[in-house]
Design a protein around this ligand. Structure first.
Ligand SMILES: C[S@@+](CC[C@H](N)C(=O)[O-])C[C@H]1O[C@@H](n2cnc3c(N)ncnc32)[C@H](O)[C@@H]1O
Length: 284
């Protein structure tokens, strides 16, 4: 390997380490657990509600409908599973087995605790690991699930290939990701990337091409970018109304940076530079 290749690889691994350190930090843990949606840290669907936790659960319901059928026998893998909210919702609704793969040991500890509290530990496994190298044998899952996690990777194409590898033939991959719009001009999103230490974002076009290249058939694409704007606006509103309490549980500088960072996401979404939606692909 040349020096340049070694340097590029080290940079890519630094992105994974950054994501791990970020989600493991007390500041992020306290913020996400208290404000974002409780046990869910993903964009919600606000057509029927303004409540962040309820909207977050509606996204899980909608993804499950899109990825159907899900039954007791369905083996599910959630990559970048956070606190495991979706896993518990799926295990409760369908009796299916869910493996939660996640980089953050802090979140995994909370996931294990909540899963036990709900009496779901027979149905849910929590595994520490990196979804760029999924620790599972080929063709071992019926459904791979992911919500707002793949954005953290500098190897998104590799993630799609890994998902393809671990799915059984006929298996489905359903996921959401905060993205940039396909026609986003160059150089306008730096302050958006900075909030969570990203180098860039995927797009609908990027994921559709990557999935096709990996060998997937397209089953469903819904562009719900309006919900990204609704979600970040609600989270920022909540952060402001609970500011006094939040600066007790996370540091003031973290809370202030988060509030500014969210403002950047809101204004980029208003300008049409961001995108979000539900995508579902099937392994031929
Ligand atoms: C915004 S959170 C979403 C969590 C969860 N999917 C949810 O909807 O509540 C992003 C998650 O991706 C995880 N993550 C980021 N990079 C990862 C990687 N390379 N491998 C595994 N998990 C990763 C983080 O630890 C975090 O839990």
């Amino acid at each position: 390997m040349t020096n340049r290749q070694q340097h590029a690889l080290a940079n890519i691994d630094a992105v994974v380490e950054k994501a791990e350190a970020y989600y493991d930090s007390d500041d992020a843990d306290n913020f996400y657990f208290n404000i974002w949606g409780g046990e869910d840290i993903h964009i919600g669907l606000y057509d029927l509600t303004d409540d962040i936790a309820e909207a977050s659960r509606l996204t899980v319901q909608e993804m499950a409908r899109i990825a159907s059928p899900i039954a007791e026998s369905t083996k599910v893998l959630d990559i970048g599973a956070g606190y495991g909210g979706a896993a518990r919702q799926l295990a409760k609704a369908y009796g299916c087995h869910v493996t939660c793969l996640n980089l953050s040991r802090t979140q995994n500890a909370t996931n294990n605790r909540l899963t036990k509290q709900h009496g779901l530990d027979e149905l849910i496994d929590v595994v520490h690991g990196n979804f760029e190298h999924i620790p599972a044998t080929d063709a071992s899952f019926d459904l791979v699930w992911s919500q707002d996690a793949i954005l953290h990777s500098a190897r998104r194409k590799d993630v799609i290939h890994e998902v393809f590898r671990v799915l059984k033939p006929g298996g489905r991959f359903v996921f959401t990701d905060p993205m940039q719009s396909d026609n986003c001009p160059e150089g306008v999103l730096q302050n958006v990337y900075d909030r969570i230490h990203l180098k860039n974002l995927g797009s609908f076009g990027f994921y559709r091409a990557a999935a096709r290249q990996a060998g997937f058939n397209e089953r469903h694409i819904s562009n719900r970018t309006d919900q990204l704007l609704a979600h970040y606006s609600r989270v920022r509103e909540e952060l402001q109304s609970q500011y006094a309490r939040m600066v007790q549980v996370s540091s003031k500088s973290y809370v202030d940076n988060m509030s500014t960072g969210l403002m950047h996401w809101i204004s980029a979404a208003k300008k049409g530079h961001l995108a979000w939606g539900i995508m579902c692909f099937e392994k031929k």
